[in-house]
Design a protein around this ligand. Structure first.
Ligand SMILES: Nc1ncnc2c1ncn2[C@@H]1O[C@H](COP(=O)(O)OP(=O)(O)OP(=O)(O)O)[C@@H](O)[C@H]1O
Ligand SMILES: [Mg+2]
Length: 308
């Protein structure tokens, strides 16, 4: 019977309560599977009437915290308003090979994503919405595909199509970008309202920033869309640190407007548990700064919409 797929068996003659226990175990299992499925399947319907704000995040050096920032920013935006007023937020993990947005939200990577990317000509709002997973029914995530795919498998037109569909169905489209500059980086930069460039206060970040600016200027791309985010930034009381930030900004001829503090071990723990910071460490300094930034982005967006 087990060979043919039976999940439970009870010996005969029946020990006291054995049948009841076996049935209970099966019921629990079924209920749990249901819960998992209901929790992550995307039930959100396509609207097709939005014009979302596109916010990519690009780590200019490895491990600078781009994905942590993207995931938590998307989550804070999704929680700005409640109920019917809640913002529709979508997180696109375009770090197609090693994207970890799904890890940080404890979501499975899906085959449907690969299928979507492979044939974007056939993609529409319906198929896009079906490829998304939901995190607590508030944040909608296009995870990276389950297998490593060549970055050149997708082209500018594919990414343009995905962003276009995302924009028409969501108020905010947060994008985790691969660190490598690819042909479609230009596509995303063109679509972006603001393009966050994540750095740290070190030489490799400074040198990479310089390379990035040169590359964008060389191609006559809109480098002025870049907003520099300094992660693990020294605190206000660290005068020496402040002077170093100023020196870095001056030598690169950029403004470093967004400073994100070190959030300590809680950040790794929250990522490892696959739960956003707000839900496990609401008072964490990094969480508070990301929350403030989300509020200010939303405020700017609302007043821009009212002005137009
Ligand atoms: N402000 C912070 N305070 C403490 N830990 C942080 C902070 N930002 C990121 N981390 C930790 O640093 C590590 C790298 O973060 P993350 O994966 O977000 O970086 P990344 O830039 O996306 O990396 P990759 O180059 O692999 O894409 C993670 O373990 C994360 O928990
Ligand atoms: Mg990352």
């Amino acid at each position: 019977m087990l060979k043919f797929g039976a999940e439970e068996f009870v010996p005969y003659p029946l020990p006291d309560g054995a049948l009841h226990d076996a049935i209970q175990r099966m019921r629990d299992k079924a209920a749990q599977a249901e819960l998992v499925a209901a929790n992550i399947a995307n039930n959100l319907k396509a609207t097709g009437d939005r014009d979302g704000v596109v916010l990519p995040i690009h780590g200019l050096a490895g491990g600078t915290g781009a994905t942590t920032f993207a995931v938590n920013l998307a989550w804070e935006l999704a929680n700005i308003d409640e109920g019917d007023d809640a913002m529709r937020v979508c997180l696109l993990d375009l770090d197609l090979q090693f994207g970890s947005a799904s890890t940080y939200l404890d979501l499975p990577r899906r085959e449907a994503v690969f299928e979507l990317l492979q044939d974007t000509d056939a993609a529409d709002s319906e198929s896009f919405m079906q490829a998304l997973l939901s995190y607590q029914e508030k944040l909608h995530v296009l995870t990276a595909p389950s297998e490593i795919i060549p970055l050149e498998m997708v082209e500018g037109k594919d990414i343009a199509k995905i962003i276009e569909i995302a924009k028409t169905n969501f108020d905010y489209v947060v994008i985790d970008m691969p660190r490598t500059v690819v042909p479609w980086t230009e596509t995303v930069l063109t679509e972006a309202h603001v393009y966050f460039a994540m750095t740290e206060l070190d030489m490799r970040s400074a040198q990479n920033t310089l390379r990035m600016i040169r590359a964008l200027k060389g191609e006559e791309l809109p480098y002025e869309k870049l907003r520099y985010v300094l992660n693990r930034a020294p605190g206000f009381t660290d005068l020496n640190g402040k002077a170093r930030i100023k020196r870095m900004a001056e030598s690169l001829d950029i403004k470093i407007e967004v400073l994100m503090p070190d959030g300590g071990k809680q950040v790794v723990q929250s990522n490892d548990h696959g739960v956003p910071l707000s839900d496990v460490a609401a008072k964490n300094p990094l969480r508070k700064e990301i929350q403030k930034l989300a509020a200010s982005i939303h405020e700017t967006n609302v007043s821009a919409a009212e002005g137009s």
